[in-house]
Ligand binder design. Structure first.
Ligand code: FES
Length: 226
């Protein structure tokens, strides 16, 4: 009996480790422009970094139109070896994607002052890849056309994807949840003081109804390129 009792936690942990990472639903929030009008997917500039905050007021995300087809299905794994499947881009072009802008390595993220992480359409001295989300802190690079898969650097898992619902008739987008290894608990713990200052104590507030999308350059004073 003692052996069976001792084995149970291991079996449970193995089952969890081999299980799928389920999509996580949060509030449904329409993506809107700085004027409050719904953002049309056809109006998203190709290859430009747009930023919005979701599913919490303090958690930044990138919205990108890659201007090319994405991989229709990507099989990925979290740090805890939980598998999940990303189902490609959306919007009128099929190339609209969204990801958490919190680096999966040590949680670098874009602040109002500076951003070390962003999408790069071109190769750079620090990256042999074009069209990647590149974190200049330790050069993790992620493929936004392949579910945020890690192409290079120390990141142990893909960027968490933001799930988008696309209303084709209206050409409008809604953020509805996340997929993959979201790191919000660690993020809030690591940056508690800074987030309190940046967001006036509302960093943990759930985003519902609408979330404002704007160019990264309008949000952030300085973008570090590497
Ligand atoms: S925090 Fe992004 S690579 Fe280290």
């Amino acid at each position: 009996m003692a052996g069976a009792a001792a084995a149970l936690p291991q079996l449970l942990s193995e089952a969890l480790a081999q299980g799928d990472a389920e999509p996580r639903r949060y509030g449904r929030a329409r993506l809107v422009g700085p004027d409050g009008a719904p953002l049309k997917s056809k109006a998203i500039p190709v290859g430009q970094n747009l930023i919005f905050h979701y599913p919490f007021a303090g958690t930044p995300c990138f919205l990108l139109d890659l201007g090319r087809p994405t991989r229709p299905r990507a099989r990925l794994r979290t740090t805890a070896a939980r598998a999940y499947e990303w189902h490609g881009g959306t919007g009128a072009s099929g190339g609209v994607v969204a990801y958490s802008a919190i680096c999966a390595h040590k949680l670098t993220y874009p602040t109002r002052e500076i951003s070390f992480i962003s999408y790069r359409a071109e190769k750079t001295p620090g990256s042999r890849f074009a069209r990647v989300i590149h974190c200049c802190s330790e050069h993790s690079q992620y493929d936004p056309a392949d579910g945020g898969r890690v192409l290079a650097g120390p990141a142990p898992q893909p960027l968490a994807a933001i799930l988008l619902d696309y209303d084709r008739a209206a050409d409008e987008l809604y953020a509805v949840g996340t997929l993959g290894g979201e790191m919000f608990a660690d993020f809030f713990a690591k940056y508690a003081l800074r987030l309190a200052l940046e967001h006036g104590g509302r960093a943990h507030a759930a985003v519902e109804g609408a979330c404002e999308v704007k160019p990264l350059g309008d949000y952030c004073r300085q973008q570090v390129k590497c």
